[in-house]
Ligand binder design. Structure first.
Ligand code: 13P
Length: 254
């Protein structure tokens, strides 16, 4: 695979069930003939319903979270195989909002990633990114490499198993101001170098994509579309409007 670009919508907990299914239907129509790879990640309660809506269409289904065991007494959790049963092809692992509000850490993220890779047909989207203080104190590069090592250390990929790394600087999420494109390019380069060290260049080229997330909109997306090492986008707020998300998706493909 030559780093095919992908655009992923993270709807977080922002829509009601009715709004979720309406928007999923709209997306399915809007993306007819899109030609690229696109996915939406609705709330967990809507996964089965949205899976039915999207079936056979151009937009794929993703989940926002997953647990590391496949079955058992884990109240409130959802396993990788259940996600596949619901029609998911992607799952976000370790989003910064889960790290913040649910105290998810990289040892948990590592277990979740391993569990996802154990199941056929599910591609993990592993989130990394520095916070405001880490950025201000010039620790970004160290933080990113550390997060990658904790999440991915000791993991072996089989064949063409895919992993997506989402670089989401926490300070940029929901702020309305995305990272400067040159800074994104630099951070993506650091991430690819770290991955090359861990997995080797061939595996990184074939099995990994590194995408950016944080205040992307149809207005700023053009600045990101030509960037070296940016293999796609993870979009929050701007993905809640089908036309806006479609514009972003078209622009990043270029
Ligand atoms: P925003 O695009 O709303 O900044 O959210 C980004 C994000 O957290 C995607 O996972």
């Amino acid at each position: 695979m030559d780093n095919k670009k992908i655009v992923i919508a993270n709807w977080k907990m922002k829509l009601s069930l009715a709004e979720t299914s309406d928007l999923a239907k709209e997306m399915k129509n809007k993306f007819k003939g899109f030609g690229g790879e696109a996915a939406i990640c609705p709330n967990s309660v809507s996964l089965v319903g949205v899976g039915k809506i999207l079936k056979g269409g151009p937009v794929k289904l993703g989940a926002q979270n997953v647990f590391w065991e496949d079955k058992g007494a884990y109240t409130g959790e959802i396993s990788p195989s259940m996600l596949v049963e619901a029609g998911c092809e992607y799952v976000i692992v370790g989003h910064s909002e889960r790290r913040k509000y649910l105290l998810e850490n990289y040892s948990m993220i590592h277990k979740e990633l391993k569990a996802v890779l154990n199941i056929e047909g599910l591609t993990p989207i592993v989130c990394i990114g520095e916070d405001t203080v880490e950025r201000k104190t010039d620790r970004r590069d160290f933080v990113l490499v550390n997060q990658l090592q904790e999440a991915l250390g000791g993991i072996n990929l089989m064949g063409d198993q895919q992993v997506i790394i989402a670089y989401e600087p926490i300070w940029a999420i929901g702020s309305g101001t995305a990272i400067e494109p040159t800074e994104a390019e630099y951070a993506h380069k650091i991430i690819k170098i770290a991955l090359n060290d861990m997995f080797g260049m061939r595996v990184v080229k074939n099995n990994f994509r590194v995408i950016y997330g944080g205040s992307i909109s149809s207005k700023n997306v053009k600045e990101f579309s030509g960037l070296e090492g940016v293999d796609g986008l993870l979009v929050g707020g701007a993905s809640l409007d089908a036309e806006e998300f479609y514009k972003i998706a078209k622009a990043i493909l270029k």
